[in-house]
Design a protein around this ligand. Structure first.
Ligand SMILES: Cc1ncc(COP(=O)(O)O)c(C=O)c1O
Length: 456
């Protein structure tokens, strides 16, 4: 048996059944037509790529809406005084902003660009919350101009800056929330509680910076301090860290009420709710996160009852998105590995190279017939680390086949680059078999036009 054949000793990606993958990881109602071609949002993928080319990012509207409701509905039952803010860094375009807004969610933005795109899609300004560890003065000014709901203050220095800008502007005080670092840091199934976390984000509880910020904010006429925020990490696959972190924030709020007269009107445990990328991921349902957070808050009988803000990003949009790649060169290195290269890679999905993220994939243009082989799917970019899927079982592939990578909606296109001066892929939104281009593919001409001419 060569290493490229499937071996019982190798734990390969894709060991689970295709039915499970289609039902749980791909967008809702993904299936195959009579020819065995994958259907996304009612549209066969061969039609999608004939019209829009590859690589192609396909977003399914029904899945996106269902994920919004997976948060909004349990929230409205368990803690009605609440708002889910879609963390738009995960993936934003005006169409998606409009859908998320229509589902009743707000948006967490980290730049004037994200605010602008959210507004362009119809997101009400007062449902936008501005985050970031180094907001530019012009962004703070813009956020106040358009009337965002809250600005989340990340440092003492930034509190001064916002106070200064709001004073110069006159008018209403700037509505701010303080982001504190509660000493709980979670990543997947592991989380740690330490006295001091080395993080570029937030105001340290333990150093006294958080309390100093409360005192200063309470004393500043140009600042309206409405509450506290803490974000513990991303791709969190357990509910308990949220209860722990919220408990710490509430204890701190109590102390701040006693010592500085804080009235806690908003409270946020941030986002980071995990999704299923690989077989190792078994995320709790959105409702389970909501339930634990709501229970923790209700258990403390806060008076007045603060508004709860949560910030799901990937768990809203990851499953809605599928990346479609065309297979090109196949290189078999005897007794070592078979590399299947596709026409995308780290420039549209940096996550495997950046954090060793794992994915699954299916052959999408024909039925998954024949014996499977163990291959490694590599990107097209000039980096050895540009590997999308290491050791995955797939049917024998040939040039021209199409691979579909699910759970591709979050932190792919929003982190995409033009590395090697390759244009970024198109994105389309599918609904009832119809596809709408939400971002056109970048062409070589677009790239060239982005530079100053040589003789300028
Ligand atoms: C403050 C804050 N909120 C929400 C999120 C969204 O995280 P996720 O997309 O994992 O839900 C992030 C992610 O970095 C964040 O920093």
């Amino acid at each position: 048996m060569t290493p490229t054949e499937v071996s019982a000793r190798t734990p390969p990606i894709n060991a689970e059944s295709e039915a499970t993958l289609l039902a749980e990881v791909f967008p809702r109602d993904t299936g195959r037509d009579a020819r065995g071609v994958l259907i996304l949002g009612g549209a066969p993928i061969d039609q999608l790529i004939d019209a829009h080319g590859t690589p192609l990012y396909v977003f399914d509207e029904a899945t996106l809406r269902a994920q919004c409701r997976a948060y909004a509905e349990p929230l409205s039952r368990a803690y009605p005084n609440s708002l889910a803010l879609y963390a738009s860094k995960a993936h934003l375009d005006p169409t998606i902003a409009g859908i998320v807004a229509a589902e009743g969610l707000g948006a967490d933005a980290v730049s004037s660009g994200e605010i602008r795109v959210a507004l362009a899609g119809g997101m009400p300004a007062d449902r936008i919350v501005l985050h970031g560890n180094n907001k530019l003065p012009a962004e703070i000014d813009y956020a106040l101009d358009v009337g965002v709901g809250r600005i989340v203050v990340d440092s003492l220095d930034e509190l001064d800056l916002i106070a200064e800008i709001a004073t110069l502007r006159g008018g209403q005080p700037a509505p701010v929330i303080l982001r504190i670092t509660p000493g709980v840091e979670a990543h997947t199934h592991e989380y740690i509680r330490t006295g001091a976390i080395d993080s570029k984000f937030g105001l340290q509880l333990h150093s006294g910076a958080a309390e100093e910020a409360v005192a200063q904010a309470q004393a500043a006429d140009s600042i309206d301090l409405t509450g506290l925020h803490a974000h513990i990490g991303s791709q969190v696959l357990d509910v308990e860290p949220y209860a722990d972190s919220l408990g710490i924030v509430i204890d701190f709020a109590d102390a701040m009420t006693q010592r500085h007269g804080l009235v806690l009107r908003d409270i946020s445990p941030g986002g980071g709710f995990g999704v299923s990328y690989s077989e190792a991921d078994d995320p709790p349902a959105a409702g389970s996160f909501v339930e634990v957070i709501a229970e923790t808050l209700r258990g403390r009988s806060l008076d007045p009852e603060p508004r709860l803000l949560i910030e799901p990003g990937r768990s809203i949009v990851a499953r809605a998105g599928v990346a479609l790649y065309r297979v090109g060169t196949i290189k078999e290195i005897p007794d070592v590995r078979t590399y299947v290269s596709v026409d995308g890679g780290m420039a549209d999905n940096i996550r495997p190279a950046l954090y060793g993220a794992q994915y699954r994939a299916l052959i999408a243009n024909r039925p998954p017939e024949g014996s499977k082989r163990l291959v490694t799917v590599a990107g097209r970019y000039c980096e050895s680390g540009d590997v999308l899927l290491r050791d995955i079982e797939l049917p024998s592939l040939r040039r021209g086949d199409v691979l579909a990578v699910p759970a591709a909606g979050a932190y792919h296109m929003s982190m995409a680059s033009n590395y090697n001066l390759v244009g970024r892929p198109a994105t389309v939104l599918v609904r009832d078999g119809e596809a709408r281009v939400t971002r056109p593919r970048e062409t070589d001409a677009d790239l060239l036009a982005s530079f100053a001419p040589v003789d300028a």
